[in-house]
Write a new protein. Sequence first.
Length: 152
Amino acid sequence: MKVVLHTPSGDTGDISDWVARFSEGWAAGSRCTDQLVNLLGPEVRLVAPGLRSTRGRVAALSAFRKTFEVLPDLTAQVHRWSATGEALFLEMTFRATIGGRVLEWHSVDRVLFHDGVAVERVAYFNPLKVRRAFLRSPAGWLQLLRRKLKGL
């Protein structure tokens, strides 16, 4: 499947190129917010447990920035992926410091493409481990409070 690798410019490649850019973006975390968002279509829908769903690249960029404000060292490693038709599945491990402790959690992201453009990403993970980490210490509470104040 030919996919759009940079939606503002229309740069295209194959699905493995898209996964490589997605992986590079998440490995770099907050330094590559724009790179991650540019992989997505203009009306993309993003869904993740414990976060508000967003629609559109502008809302996605805002959500990414707010998330990285609360979790500045958030990164992810893509372990493996599989694509069939217009669906891509990515097995990932996220890592961030919450309440002064490093936490890792596993996720599977499903990305749907339409005409080669990423139009939806749904993350599947259990948010309880992340919520417990926020509530475990006063430092975590402060992070959680910042999250609530930012409207995430």
